[in-house]
Design a binder for this molecule. Structure first.
Ligand code: SF4
Length: 401
């Protein structure tokens, strides 16, 4: 396959780029992402292009980096006009070397028309991530989604008809549900299964399935605190999660991360960077970057993380923080944590750094040894926060002694 910018030099380090587009048609009731109910403003995209050009001086053309993933997230990036999106894409293409890039855009079904889909294709997006959340109108209404289940079905077919061959569908389980039937105020297992059955029949290349988080400050949180809404019990929630994993696997998907599954070869290359500590630059409001710093022996010595970290100014992250990030992200992968990668990055043995915590977690049945290192068990997947807490406490304890 022909790569973009084939005539440029051959840099060796892969880099991801994330662009945050913080505009939405209407705020969903559970949402705590940085997004605003307003039309996308040209000035925001002009600023994105400026920042991308500045970052290009350090990591773009003529440096050791090339871009292999580009991800437009939000908010609702598909709300932006073709001209606004093009402005940002042009800035990336002009300032960075792109090599066989995965170029993703998040879309809301309500924004997908044949014309919009054709524009996105024309602009060079080759992966679309659509926030469907549910194919049950009662669940969509309770979540405050702006689209209906039919609109989501239609949008998927429009994307397919336009020629998109790499589509992710985002789903949520464990939700409340608006219903005329007062005995059905929550998403029951069978409602969740119907959505999943239908989505699996649509055969998207990638499926993300998240348990609803009721975040403080959201309208859903206020209603929940005031006991105006209900959600399924913890047991029901876990049954939804584990039955989804079984169902997804039966249909040939690779469950590769706690909440993500893909047909073989369609794992999200961009998100894998977050989970394997690869460098990425984030642009726009609330976007984060991570730029690792390696010593002469090839070991990780520090890392810049945070907003505008592409400027690599300020205090870099310490080695201890980087180790914490490593376990936090690697344990989310179903293949688990890679101990030799840990050794390669930090020059130390994972088992020596976390021995006591590992023994404790194994005794509780939360983790299990693998050929590569350790991974979470089914019980561990249900208790991911206490697992992380135990590991981080050992890290903290070692740091203080
Ligand atoms: S579409 Fe996404 S980003 Fe926008 S309000 Fe809803 S959940 Fe939040």
């Amino acid at each position: 396959m022909q790569s973009e910018n084939d005539n440029k030099n051959r840099p060796e380090k892969a880099l991801g780029i994330y662009v945050h587009v913080p505009y939405c048609i209407r705020k969903c009731r559970y949402c705590d992402f940085v997004s605003f109910e307003k039309a996308p403003e040209d000035a925001y995209f002009d600023k994105l292009a400026e920042d991308i050009e500045l970052a290009g001086n350090a990591f773009g053309n003529g440096t050791e980096y090339y871009v292999d993933t580009l991800f437009f997230g939000g908010g609702t990036p598909s709300l932006a006009s073709a001209a606004q999106l093009k402005k940002v894409l042009d800035a990336v293409r002009e300032n960075f070397v792109l090599r066989e890039p995965e170029i993703t855009i998040e879309v809301n079904p309500e924004t997908v028309t044949p014309q919009k889909a054709a524009e996105l294709k024309e602009l060079g997006f080759n992966r679309v991530s659509m926030g469907v959340q549910s194919l049950d109108d009662g669940v969509l209404s309770a979540l405050g989604r702006v689209h209906s289940a039919d609109r989501a079905r239609q949008a998927f077919h429009t994307l397919r008809d336009t020629g998109f061959e790499n589509i992710n569908l985002d789903l949520i389980f464990g939700t409340p549900r608006d219903s005329a039937d007062e005995s059905a105020p929550v998403q029951r297992l069978e409602v969740w299964r119907h959505t999943l059955d239908e989505v699996l029949a649509m055969r998207p290349e990638h499926i993300s399935f998240y348990s609803l988080q009721i975040e403080e400050g959201t309208p859903l949180y206020k209603d929940f605190a005031a006991e105006k809404i209900q959600i399924p019990s913890w047991e029901e929630n876990r049954e939804m999660y584990h039955s989804a994993i079984r169902q997804i696997k039966e249909h040939g998907y690779h469950h590769y991360e706690v909440s993500n599954a893909a047909l073989p070869g369609f794992e999200c290359r961009h998100n894998l960077k977050y989970w394997t500590m690869q460098p990425y630059l984030g642009f726009g409001i609330s976007a984060h970057s991570f730029m690792p710093v390696y010593g002469e022996n090839g070991r990780l010595t520090a890392g810049y993380r945070g907003e505008a970290a592409w400027s690599c100014t300020g205090e870099p992250q310490s080695l201890a923080d980087l180790k914490g990030d490593f376990i936090f992200t690697q344990l989310r992968l179903t293949e688990g944590l890679n101990a030799s990668f840990y050794r390669q990055l930090f020059g130390e043995e994972f088992s020596a750094d976390f021995g006591k915590a590992l023994e404790e977690l194994a005794a509780k049945g939360y983790i299990i040894d693998t050929e590569r290192g350790v991974r979470l068990t089914e019980k561990g997947l249900d208790n991911i926060n206490p697992v992380m807490q135990t590991l981080l406490e050992e890290l903290q304890w070692k740091r203080n002694t």
